[in-house]
Design a protein around this ligand. Structure first.
Ligand code: ADP
Length: 357
């Protein structure tokens, strides 16, 4: 074997080595065969051997060389990640070599997609870490600044010490909100958040949401209402997660509202038999160009307003994830200056999941 390899080193590059080996083998066998009939002059087996060897070499060159070179080039392009220059074969039909060329090409495509996914994940990860550190910096700097000012003497100044402490609390609350939302997002994305499926009553759930946000709404001068028909069927899903969705939407409806505004939690059965949940406000509204990006992490229409209100920019991303796990979408309609409606649907509970009355 090492002899053959050494020999092939001496051959010029245009010589098809595989063709040469096959041609030599066929030529030798044919020539040896032609020696068997007695009485033939020596040049006949020589001629037969040479002729058949040459024809076999030419055939091997024609059938193998071009296509093996294609496989080689494709593999080289894959190794160098030059996926855009890969040329597509017509398909896996024909002989085994065609199938091989097709498989190599498909392998290249799969690798290209996987590399693309990895690059996207990497750039998403970098962007996410950048966003998180940016979100952390501002409240941390504020807490540091106010604490230092208090320690430097402002603690004794009756006019400012209380408001500085309130500002510190506000920023610590922002950090707390961020830590909670980040932990929720990461649990959802790593699949640790196992969704439950249970029958539950939306009317009761609305009451719990209103109870938990009543003080906040009162402080902002916003009225919370609910509108649920008494005949509303029981719905089906993960009650705790759906409560989180409605809390996030209601919390936003309060935050992005004005004094004397109203937020209404509504539910009604729609044509498909599903129950539509709507959180309607008459607050500041959202310009239409922002609507498609609202559920992206850290996307905010008005950054300073969101931060002042303790917003993390993650609330709607969490909503989208939870609804996605229920196979549902979030819909938004909004008019700047008039208000917004966030809605989604839930299935009614199957008969078998209902508790007997
Ligand atoms: P945030 O923590 O900033 O509220 P969200 O993901 O909950 O983050 O919302 C993203 C952005 O969508 C908000 O910053 C705000 O600009 C806009 N938004 C959400 N809900 C409303 C609403 N009901 N009215 C007006 N704007 C809203």
């Amino acid at each position: 074997m090492s002899d053959a390899s050494t020999l092939s080193l001496w051959l010029p590059p245009f010589v098809n080595r595989l063709g040469l080996k096959i041609g030599l083998t066929v030529g030798l066998v044919a020539g040896a065969g032609a020696l068997i009939p007695p009485g033939w002059p020596i040049w006949i087996p020589l001629l037969i051997g040479l002729g058949l060897g040459a024809v076999t070499y030419a055939a091997a060159h024609y059938w193998l060389h071009r296509r093996l070179t294609h496989v080689l080039n494709t593999l080289r392009q894959i190794r160098q990640h030059s996926f855009e220059t890969l040329s597509a074969p017509s398909g896996p039909h024909g002989d085994e070599l065609n199938t091989l060329i097709w498989e190599v090409y498909r392998t290249g495509q799969t690798l290209q997609n996987e590399i693309q996914d990895l690059r996207e994940m990497e750039s998403y990860r970098r962007e996410f870490i950048g966003n998180v550190s940016h979100e952390l910096k501002t409240p941390i700097f504020s807490v540091q600044g106010f604490t230092e000012t208090l320690l430097d003497g402002a603690l004794e100044d009756e006019e400012v010490n209380r408001s500085f402490l309130e500002k510190i609390l506000h920023n610590v609350n922002r950090l707390d909100n961020l830590a909670r939302d980040l932990s929720a997002i990461s649990r959802i994305e790593t699949g640790e958040m196992n969704m439950k499926s249970e029958a539950f009553d939306l009317d009761n759930l609305f009451d719990d949401v209103i109870d938990s946000l009543e003080i906040k709404a009162h402080e902002k001068g916003v009225a919370l209402q609910k509108n649920v028909p008494s005949t509303l069927p029981t719905v089906y899903g993960d009650a705790e997660r759906i409560q989180r969705v409605i809390v996030n939407l209601t919390d936003n409806a309060i935050k992005y509202n004005e004094e004397e505004g109203t937020v209404s939690l509504q539910a009604q059965q729609v044509g498909s038999g599903d129950i539509e949940v709507r959180v309607v406000d008459d607050g500041i509204g959202i310009p239409s160009e922002h609507l498609p990006r609202l559920t992206e992490r850290f996307y905010r229409v008005d950054k300073s307003r969101s931060r002042n209100q303790g917003g993390t920019g993650l609330g709607l991303a969490i909503v989208k994830h939870i609804l996605g796990a229920h196979d549902r979408d979030l819909h938004v309609e909004s008019q700047p200056g008039e208000g917004s409606t966030f809605s989604f649907t839930l299935p009614t509970a199957p008969e078998s999941t209902l508790q007997p009355a």
